[in-house]
Design a protein around this ligand. Sequence first.
Ligand code: HEM
Length: 347
Amino acid sequence: MSEPQAAINAPQTRDAIFLVLGLTPGAAHAERARRVCGQLDALVRAVSARDIQGNVSCTAAFGSTVWERLFGQPRPADLHSFRELRAGRRFAPATPGDLLFHIRAERFDLCFELAAQITARLADSVTTLDETHGFRYFDDRDLTGFVDGTENPTGAESLAATIVGDEDPVFAGGSYVMVQKYLHDLGAWHQLPTETQEGIIGRTKLDDIELDDSQKPAFAHNALTQLVENGNEVKILRHNMPFGQATVGDSGTYFIGYARSLHPLETMLEHMVIGQPPGNYDRLLDFTRPVTGSNFFAPSVQFLNGLANGQPIQLLPPAAAPAQARTAPDRPGTLSIGSLKGVPQHE
Ligand code: HEM
């Protein structure tokens, strides 16, 4: 049976790093990326051992345009590039992304260590397209001040919502992932009266209770993202996190949604941007705007482990790891995997 990557349904943590990478052209770089991803499980275990209560986890996922280059055919049935959306002043752009590492832990140092170990091994086979450091804000609140994640499915319901089953047997155990980095206009948001903010989100701010239907505007965020199809509610799993810098104004929400297909993620986003019905759009988008948008597929554990070459994993000295990523990837005695020596450099 195909097992999902455990990180997908792991509980929310205090810290996260969202790493979106581009794969360097050339067969040797694809080969190295496959091997590093194949050893991810061992690398996560090695970093986890440094603090067993740190809940270190990492989901690896791959973009549509890189799938054939890395793995050939077949490909996950629903994997396609992010579809841009535009309506009025609202724009959800598509941005590139070949590899996604969603790294989480209870301590930022553990996230950093794992990110450094992964990128040191990938070395010049990748370029960083976006690295966002997420943090827990009070009781799992977004920077808007509202608790984020309350209506996430749990347990069996979460697995059913996120993990591919018999509908695509070759890729059973996998999950689709959508990411979008949103920048907030917090100055404008905080000028709104609390009641107006509550109408926009559809929940009370302090105690996070859903508004009654009689009080909830049709444009409320949780009205537009609640998806009912054929009488059944279709859920997604969100591991969003706040991020940002206090002084330069670049702060917001890193949205990351997991689902069994891209369909619910895309439909919810359409309802937000275009509206349901069209024109009844999500007023949250008057105060925040996405600056990235990419889709990925996170294959099963068996698929990932099958990429490994069987060599034991060796941890790099922590301080050396980030420097390795930028400089010599193949210094003897440091990297045990990912060497390009003897591997042809062109496809
Ligand atoms: C700036 C971006 C976003 C922010 C700040 C945000 C914030 C929130 C908050 C505060 C809630 C209510 C609490 C909860 O149930 O989690 C919520 C609910 C939800 N959001 Fe978002 N969200 C964002 C983007 C998105 C996007 C892009 C999607 C889907 C593509 C989405 C899907 C959902 C869903 C499915 C719910 C639960 C609805 C329900 O059944 O009650 N959100 N969000």
